[in-house]
Write a protein that binds this ligand. Sequence first.
Ligand code: GLU
Length: 504
Amino acid sequence: MRLRFAPSPTGQIHVGNARTALFNWLMARGAGATFVLRIEDTDFARSTKEAEGSAIEDLRWLGLNWDEGADAGGAHGPYRQSERLHIYRAHAVELMSKGQAYHCFCSEEQLEMDRYQALRNMQPPKYVGRCRNIPREEVRRRVEGGEPATVRFRVPDGDREVGWEDLVRGRVAFTTDVIGDFVMLRSDGVPAYNFAVVIDDALMEISHVIRGEDHISNTPRQLLLYEAFGWKPPRFGHVSMVLGPDHAKLSKRHGATSVGEFRERGYLPEALANYLALIGWSPGEHQELLPLGELATRFRIEDVGKSAGVFDPEKLAWVNRHYLKIAAPERLVELALPFLRQQGWIGREGRDPKALDFLAKAVGTAAQSVDRLDQVPGRLHFLFDYSAEASLADPAIRAEATDARAVIAALAGELATAGPLTDKETFRALAGRVRERTGARGKGLFHPIRLALTGEPEGLELDIAVPLIEQGAAIHNAEVRAVFSAADRAAAFLLELEKPVANA
Ligand code: GLU
């Protein structure tokens, strides 16, 4: 068995295409088959090297790999269509010599007129066949005279059915009378998609073609080409499109649509890949969260649903949360660094082990309660961007709230003499002493403490947040923005409270 994914490098990889790539990969890996990456870059105006590079990077990032391909080599290369033009030409010549293809001299304007006429007569817009039977001699003369010509496939005469057993959709069939003679080579010698794809799939010995259902209407044309060459066609499976939650094609207005955008927002690759596999397919009841290798052993293309897959951001968030929770803290730090850097909280240089250990704890803790890594900074403001002023408006500590003020005064007093609160126990012990001194308890005790030490009305458990603050405060280097200690925070907060103007 040999499978392939054949992206056109004209932009970022859309998650719908990534899912098609993934289904091919799952099928290949599950069967121990060969997986090929072919670059379909014959649309020279829109294809770019950057897009090819980013497609490869995105697929790798998702955890996919391939045995043969544009960047990997292999015995069936080249794997980039722009490097195979001579192969397409040779095959076009072969069909022409057998009378199954012919030169067409119709101009774009003429074809446009034909299409318009057909539309007016409520006919399917297919090629009218004007150049089908031009005598050989005349063709030679015109071609030699430099008249631009495309090469068209001669669809066999007579109406008959062209169909296939689709691996996803079951029997699909078209009749040849709706298929006009189609272009194989454009006048500049560049192949049209339907022609190139058949030559490539045949010569690359692809046995199973899994692709988007937007290609269904191309398949009968491709089957006719296989027939003309006397080649055995591959099995086809056309998977549904991925739609947005409103059942419209997933597009920009739904938010992120490309793999690159999901990566930038801090989704983990294993989460996105796992989630994409779940659109229209399920590895089994209550067993949705599985590594790719495991999914591959369970995957059967026949089990993929025919109906459109709906992209569910909530479910993706759920899958991502799962993988964030089980990810190694060191890895999360690596992935979260760009987001922390954007905030100016950490520098670029060096990797002090103490700083790294602190960041790992901070990011690891924050990652327990976010959907995506780009939300991590929001959870760490209390550490790096502490501000006493921000909390002064909190109703709990307005001038008349004497109890809360007493708590903060006692807190500052205790902290001034205590050592750093490096773990849960020392923090709890300190909170106990503040309670004894003030008589405050429960929310009356902890809310003012929270405001004073984190500058925020809610957030992480205090016995986790406070040791983190203290650990950060112990690091003095250029890599991490200075974190104020609990004692400094309480003192600063008290000072703010005592400013007469601020309390007015
Ligand atoms: N380059 C085509 C696309 O991206 C591939 C279609 C196919 O798999 O045959 O849609």
